[in-house]
Design a protein around this ligand. Structure first.
Ligand SMILES: [Zn+2]
Length: 179
């Protein structure tokens, strides 16, 4: 990966020997590895057994989970927030685990639509919930810095599973808590 970055910098017409760029291929490779570390994680490892019995069947909502991802079309960042809710079915998952599940899918090459679905399905799989709702809002550098250069273009995606899909009251409660 380091060699590949060196080639890219050379192709830009830059001088790889100059002070500021000398270690850039190494640093860039390390940064890219970090930004895509989700590939090295699994759901089991991230959740690490943090499931607890509960007779609560009210909505559990975690709002404003920071999210840093990389668009798979341009390898540019998209940055935003995830809101995740579920209705427990006999057990709840540790709250920090929800943020870690979001991170595991965000830290890959992604498109926002697929990521939203993957997060919802993972929460469903882990918790066995009656339903799961995920809303993600993000700003895409590939839209803001290139192409149309729309500085305020924010993309919103959602995925509803189980009762969030079948019951309009549940879905509306979730959406009104998020907005
Ligand atoms: Zn893009």
């Amino acid at each position: 990966m380091e060699n590949a970055y060196a080639k890219i910098i050379e192709r830009l017409g830059e001088d790889l020997e100059r002070e500021g760029l000398k270690d850039t291929p190494k640093r860039a490779a390390k940064a890219m590895q970090f930004l895509t570390r989700g590939y090295q994680q699994s759901l089991e490892e991230v959740v690490n057994g943090a499931l607890f019995p509960s007779d609560n069947s009210e909505m559990v909502l975690v709002k404003n989970i920071e999210l840093y991802s990389m668009c798979e079309h341009h390898l540019l960042p998209f940055i935003g927030k995830a809101h995740v809710a579920y209705i427990p079915n006999g057990q709840v998952v540790g709250l920090s685990k929800i943020a870690r599940i979001v991170d595991m899918f965000a830290r890959r090459l992604q498109i926002q639509e697929n990521m939203t679905k993957q997060i919802a399905e993972a929460i469903q799989e882990v918790t066995g919930a009656q339903g799961v709702g995920v809303v993600i809002e993000a700003k895409h550098m590939c839209m803001m810095m290139r192409g149309v250069e729309k500085q305020n273009g924010e993309m919103k995606t959602s995925m509803m599973l189980g009762t969030f899909r079948s019951n309009p009251a549940t879905r509306n409660e979730f959406l009104s808590l998020v907005n």
